[in-house]
Design a protein. Structure first.
Length: 141
């Protein structure tokens, strides 16, 4: 019985590690993470929001602060368009100007192609919301 219990605990720990992905700044320091259930945490491991399965984005108080639509459009809580995440990783503002890019390897660059962070194995739209649209109350030093 102990072996089965140990196996389950080990599997749970591995799954948690795999599905909880770090978000890093340009110095490769952890500034947060997005867990498999959509919970967004800051560098102090405090919940700062949640990306729900329907695309709505909630803050730490579970109040809706925005939405990620299926076509990549990002909206604020009032439904006003903030920008769009394209399938190639480009992130555009409301005026369709390029503000950054999420590269296939998870590197996040600004409009000048300077690295501003890393979000490996995190959905492109989630990484874009975290870095470019300020929908979370982050405690980044």
């Amino acid at each position: 019985m102990k072996k089965e219990y140990l196996l389950i605990v080990t599997l749970l720990m591995i799954c948690t590690a795999v599905f909880s992905q770090d978000i890093r700044d340009s110095s490769n320091m952890s500034i947060g993470k997005i867990e498999s259930d959509g919970i967004v945490r800051d560098q102090m491991n405090m919940m700062v929001g949640k990306i729900r399965p329907d695309g709505t984005v909630g803050n730490r108080h579970n109040m809706m602060v925005g939405k990620i639509e299926k076509d990549g459009t990002i909206r604020d809580r009032m439904g006003i368009m903030l920008g769009k995440v394209r399938s190639n990783g480009d992130v555009n503002d409301v005026n369709n100007m390029l503000i950054g890019r999420v590269k296939p390897d998870g590197t996040i660059v600004n409009r000048h192609n300077m690295t501003i962070g890393y979000a490996k194995d995190i959905p492109v739209a989630y990484a874009a919301v975290f870095f470019f649209f300020n929908l979370f109350e982050l405690n980044v030093k």
